[in-house]
Ligand binder design. Structure first.
Ligand SMILES: Cc1ncc(COP(=O)(O)O)c(C=O)c1O
Length: 388
């Protein structure tokens, strides 16, 4: 009855089963995979958020494939604060970054066409690609006192069926930002081989250096699609509001926007109340981002403090984002270690292979977990690592 693309293995894996057992047991869990900002003790201005959703204009239906202009103008202001001039005409509102990806995959790829994705990176892509009949080909990021794109491997990964290169800026979970020289090399490669750049910038505002981040939204040297949204920017994933910016050489950009209009008009996904509230939600972002960055900095400091007291584990350098990668002795598989942490120390972490790390010896920790939970979770991880 069903399409082959839905032949997923629906049985849980050992870690998810162990997690379900742990939750059912009612024991305290030190969850270092936290990714839901509404569940991490941040303060939100609930009055302002709820008032913004009660806009009387909500009672009118104004279909527009790009989304309401007032919300798109607010997105242009977001970019101008980052030093990028974007026209509201080049923006499409979507209900999630995932939906924005699906528009881009549909625009670029015939069934079986390929997109290049970074490894390690976020596991969302494989599901999206499967659902949309796109083949993903990995290109490695290399770590040598910080992460960088391996351009030699990137070039080798391209084939006649490649349609685009996905970059996550900064990447999840490595926290690596795209640098000016990397963007130049990407532009050269993509322009030469007629590839699009697909940039996921959901964590762009969460750099640790305080320097203004480099957004690809204003990049016009190659056909470029940039995605972000309120999930991370304003810590409001429940509002389901994201956007897609199209840029590039004039003719290509015009054609892409015309085609997106058809795709977006078919769904008209974003709802009126959230679109109307988006300017307010974006205004609230600095209050959220300050709290989140304070949390992340504190957790990193605590991690470094604890790491300094032992010799078995270290962490990889990280420039931004919500995660940090812990290097642990690779005495067994990362999954075994994550299972042992859960079953014997009540700590839940993601093993590196979940993010496509090719070797064992990596755990990914969420830096947005509450400070006390994070500190105790790290203490337990280091304790186990010192005895294994
Ligand atoms: C790199 C990256 N892109 C996209 C998303 C999903 O964003 P959205 O909620 O807008 O679909 C996430 C969520 O964690 C992410 O880590």
């Amino acid at each position: 009855m069903f399409a082959e693309r839905t032949n997923w293995n629906l049985a849980g894996n050992r870690l998810s089963e162990a997690l379900a057992r742990h939750r059912a047991s009612g024991k305290r869990l030190f969850d270092l995979t936290a990714s839901n900002p509404t569940d991490c003790g941040f303060e939100y201005d609930s009055e302002v958020i709820l008032a913004a959703l009660r806009n009387p204009a909500t009672l009118r239906y104004e279909p527009n494939p790009k989304g309401l202009e007032s919300a798109r103008l607010a997105v242009t202001e977001y970019y101008s604060a980052l030093g990028a001039r974007i026209s509201a005409d080049d923006i499409f509102l979507t209900t999630s970054t995932s939906e924005a990806y699906s528009y881009v995959f549909r625009l670029l790829c015939n069934p079986g066409d390929e997109l290049l994705i970074p490894a390690p990176s976020y596991p969302l892509f494989s599901f999206l690609a499967e659902i949309l009949d796109v083949k993903l080909v990995r290109y490695p990021l290399v770590y040598d006192h910080g992460w960088q794109i391996d351009f030699h491997s990137l070039q080798n990964a391209a084939s006649p069926r490649t349609r685009g290169v996905i970059v996550v800026n900064p990447n999840n979970p490595t926290g690596h930002f795209v640098k000016v020289n990397e963007l130049q090399a990407l532009n050269d490669l993509c322009a030469k081989h007629s590839l699009a750049i697909i940039a996921d910038e959901v964590f762009l505002d969460f750099g640790f250096s305080g320097a203004a981040p480099l957004t690809l939204a204003a990049n016009s040297q190659a056909l470029t699609f940039v995605m972000s949204g309120l999930s991370k920017v304003a810590g409001l994933p429940q509002m389901k509001m994201a956007w897609l910016v199209a840029n590039g050489p004039a003719t290509l950009k015009k054609q892409a926007i015309e085609k997106f209009e058809i795709i977006a008009d078919t769904y008209l996904s974003p709802n009126a109340p959230v679109q109307l509230a988006t300017p307010t939600f974006l205004e609230l972002r600095s209050g959220f981002q300050k709290q989140l960055l304070a949390r992340v900095r504190q957790n990193l400091k605590e991690l470094d403090r604890q790491l300094a007291t032992q010799r078995n584990c270290s962490r990889l350098q990280v420039e931004g984002g919500w995660y940090v990668v812990l290097r642990v002795p690779a005495t067994g598989s990362d999954e075994e270690l994550a299972l042992m942490l859960l079953e014997t120390r009540d700590v839940y972490v993601h093993p590196g292979h979940f993010f496509d790390f090719r070797a064992d010896g990596y755990l990914v920790l969420s830096l947005i977990a509450r400070e006390d939970e994070f500190a105790e979770g790290v203490r337990r991880i280091l304790q186990l690592a010192s005895t294994s």
